[in-house]
Each structure stands twice: as C-alpha cells, then as structure tokens.
Design a protein around this ligand. Structure first.
Ligand SMILES: NC(=O)c1ccc[n+]([C@@H]2O[C@H](COP(=O)([O-])OP(=O)(O)OC[C@H]3O[C@@H](n4cnc5c(N)ncnc54)[C@H](OP(=O)(O)O)[C@@H]3O)[C@@H](O)[C@H]2O)c1
Length: 259
C-alpha cells in the first residue's frame, strides 16, 4: 500500500487534465493518468513533469465511455498503488461539429453524453465504492471526487446543445454524489471552468478573442489550464474541509450577471 496519496485524473494527456495532474503532483500526490492512449506525446510530457517532482506515475488507457472497461482500470490502479485518494473526472469532448439544435443528430448526442456524462458517472460510482472500503483500511484517508463541468452547465449554446445537456447533467451528478457520499465522509466538488485555452477551444480562438476584447469576461483574459489546476489543488489540500457539493466556478467572472 502506497504511503503517499494518489490522484486519478481522466483526460490527463493534455489541456486541463494535464495541468491538474501536474498541480496535484506538486501537492505530493502520486499520479494515475487516464486517457485513451498510454503512449501519446502528451502522456510522455506529463510523465517527465511528474517524475521530476519525485512522484510515481502510472499511465492507464481507457475510453471513459466504455463503462464495461472501467472495472479493470480501477483494479490496475489499486494493484499498483493500493489506494485512490482523489478522482478528477475531467475527460470530455465537444461535438465534432457545431450544429443548430434543430439539426442535432442522435449520433452526436449519444457520443457526447456517453463520454461527458455516462462514463464519468459510472466511473465515479465504481471509485466511490472503493473509497468507502479504503476509508476503513487507511488512517488519515480523506477521499475527494471532483467533476470538471463547464459554464455550459447553465449557459445555453444553441449550436452545441448536446454539450450543454451533458454538462448540466454532470452538475447534478456532482450534487447527488455529494449527497449520497456525505455519510461516508467522501467530499464531492464541481469545478466549473470558463473559456480555457486548450485544444478544445482552438477552433473558436478568433471568436473568443473578439468576445474577450468586447468585455465578455470581466477579468479580460482567457483562462489557462493552470488556473483550473490551482483550484483543484486547493480542494485536494483540504482547504475546503467543511463543505461538499459546492460549485467552484473558475471563469474570470463570467458568473457575474450584469445589467
Ligand atoms: N477548454 C475549455 O474552454 C473548457 C471549458 C469548460 C469545461 N471544459 C471541460 O474540461 C475538460 C477538459 O477539457 P480540455 O479543454 O482540457 O480539452 P482537451 O484539451 O481537448 O482534452 C480533452 C482530454 O479528454 C480526453 N478524452 C477525450 N475523449 C475521451 C474518452 N472517450 N475517454 C477518455 N479520455 C478522453 C483526451 O484524451 P486523448 O488525448 O486520449 O484524446 C484529453 O486528455 C472537459 O471535460 C471539458 O468539457 C473545458
């Protein structure tokens, strides 16, 4: 059994997930980095960063939408480390094409919902059960589950409705897991990013640059993956000990409703 805490992060190969993994490694967590491929360039970059800090690194391959594959992945992480202290459910996708709501296809809806909502919900379910068991085995064990949602959980975009629907569902997932797991002393938080500079937003770069110039974001800048990494590290450190089921929006003030 590892005597150091362990963080499992989905979608760790790039973007927000990689920044979260680096941030948690710097807080003293060994890392289980989950993404579709274990030998991508992104996983290599992450391994180097994590090992440089003297932490253990385990790359794990999983398509999060394959709920039947998840048991084996949880087993692999527990076989290597013997514990999972924090799960960051981060993996997610945008629709392959932005289409008006009235043209949204079932195929795109199913793809986005399976990756962004169904996969993370059943992964959290499996890991929560292990956390309940681990709580009896490890002294000083403080398990946390984090869902990375989006400002699209509550804001409408009519040309990527399936994304908004999936993130709205994930917001409720965070609430119901927090409610169910409070008795087991497992904290659950939602971290809700705004517009963050990653591969996901690269195609919309010009559009967002213009909107930011026009004042869409009170803090007048793009968010960076490291902004989300810092927020997750604060939750992982236990700075928010007397709370669960909270939403932490990291969006430069997009949350402010202006007149
Ligand atoms: N960027 C933003 O502005 C923004 C805003 C709000 C919320 N978010 C959310 O933040 C999370 C991370 O987004 P990002 O911007 O960092 O995106 P990104 O740079 O496109 O990275 C997405 C990550 O998810 C992984 N992934 C995609 N499909 C997967 C699948 N089926 N199974 C397992 N892993 C999969 C990717 O792994 P591979 O390398 O294997 O493809 C990659 O590691 C997402 O949930 C996204 O919805 C992003």
């Amino acid at each position: 059994m590892n005597n150091k805490p362990v963080a499992a992060i989905t979608g760790a190969s790039r973007g927000i997930g990689r920044a979260v993994a680096i941030s948690l490694a710097s807080e003293g967590f060994d890392i289980a980095a989950i993404s579709r491929s274990v030998d991508s360039e992104g996983i290599g970059i992450l391994r180097t960063a994590v090992e440089k800090m003297g932490r253990e690194f385990l790359p794990v391959g999983l398509d999060i939408s394959c709920t039947g594959c998840q048991v084996e992945v949880v087993r692999d992480i527990l076989d290597r480390y013997g514990r999972i202290d924090i799960l960051v459910n981060n993996a997610g996708v945008a629709p392959l094409q932005r289409n008006d709501l009235l043209e949204m296809t079932e195929e795109s809806y199913d793809r986005v919902m399976n990756i962004n909502l169904k996969g993370p919900v059943f992964f959290a379910q499996k890991i929560a059960k292990e956390m309940i068991w681990l709580r009896q085995q490890i002294t000083g064990y403080n398990p946390i589950i984090i869902f990375i949602t989006s400002v699209s959980s509550t804001r409408s975009s009519i040309n990527r409705a399936e994304y908004c629907l999936s993130k709205a569902g994930l917001t409720m997932a965070s609430t119901v897991f927090a409610d169910r797991l409070a008795n087991d002393d497992i904290k659950v938080f939602e971290v809700r990013p705004g517009i963050i500079q990653t591969d996901m937003t690269v195609k919309q770069k010009d559009k967002y640059n213009k909107l930011i110039c026009e004042g869409l974001i009170p803090e007048k800048r793009w968010g960076f993956p490291e902004d989300i990494g810092k927020a997750v590290a604060s939750l992982a450190r236990g700075d928010w000990d007397f709370s669960t089921g909270m939403v932490f929006e990291i969006s430069g003030g997009l949350n402010i409703q202006k007149l």
